[in-house]
Design a protein around this ligand. Structure first.
Ligand code: B16
Ligand code: MG
Length: 217
């Protein structure tokens, strides 16, 4: 019995939201826009372009196309300065336990992330070889909650959508998995991720027995 297991990156495998926060805050403040943690929450799972559009809207700013591109590049350079310092110690607790269990039991594993930096991050934390397929922000034209990212992942794993399981920390990501007709597993706050089929605070709450049952389903 083989199923496709598709992992989101930020908030599921690593906590890069804290680096997105530092980089977006610096950028927003440089154009006299305030930026706080609550706003950063609303950027989870949202693409880089959409994130900057939201920040400009919050600050009531309108800028030229050229300036928009230059601000995006600035934010990403700053973000990458944090990413470049990442290591294996930043993998979230018990993620390797689940990845190893899946691998040992011949399950298909993919990444489904909105980030254009996903491959770089996986290399930094030494997990790139754990994924048979990687679908990231460079491969999709429609952002979550559109199911495109996960449907491409399923295809690359040669699995039907209904035989795929998605781990996601964002509401949009859970919605994308549900629309794709996949089993959705929320990682985070149960009040926020209530649309998910199953919800866990983090991977320390997920037992290998639970995964075993999912595979049988
Ligand atoms: P980048 P995920 C998402 O990653 C982040 O949650 C989101 O905050 C970020 O804006 C987006 O990636 C794009 O990232 O600027 O690196 O292309 O949660 O889908 O893995
Ligand atoms: Mg995420």
């Amino acid at each position: 019995n083989t199923k496709g297991f598709i992992f989101d990156l930020d908030g599921v495998i690593v906590d890069t939201a804290k680096y997105h926060f530092l980089a977006w805050k610096k950028l927003a403040n440089s154009i006299d826009v305030d930026f706080n943690k609550e706003q950063n929450e609303q950027l989870k799972g949202v693409s880089r372009v959409k994130s900057l559009e939201k920040i400009l809207a919050w600050g009531n700013k309108s800028i030229s196309e050229d300036e928009f591109m230059s601000l995006m590049a600035k934010k990403n350079d700053d973000y990458l300065s944090y990413i470049n310092k990442m290591g294996e110690d930043e993998i979230l607790p018990d993620v390797p336990k689940i990845l190893n269990y899946l691998k040992t039991n011949n399950q298909a594993i993919a990444l489904g992330s909105a980030s254009k930096n996903a491959r770089k991050i996986l290399e930094k934390v030494n997990l790139i070889s754990s994924f048979q397929a990687i679908v990231d922000g460079n491969d999709v034209s429609k952002a979550k909650p559109d199911p495109e990212v996960f449907l491409i992942g399923a295809k690359l794993l040669n699995q039907k959508p209904e035989n795929c399981v998605v781990f996601e920390d964002s509401v949009a990501g859970i919605q994308a998995a549900n629309i794709a007709n996949m089993i959705s597993i929320g990682i985070g706050d149960k009040n926020v991720l209530h649309e998910a089929d199953y919800i866990f605070k983090d991977f320390t709450e997920i037992s290998t027995d639970f995964i075993k049952e999912l595979v049988k389903k």
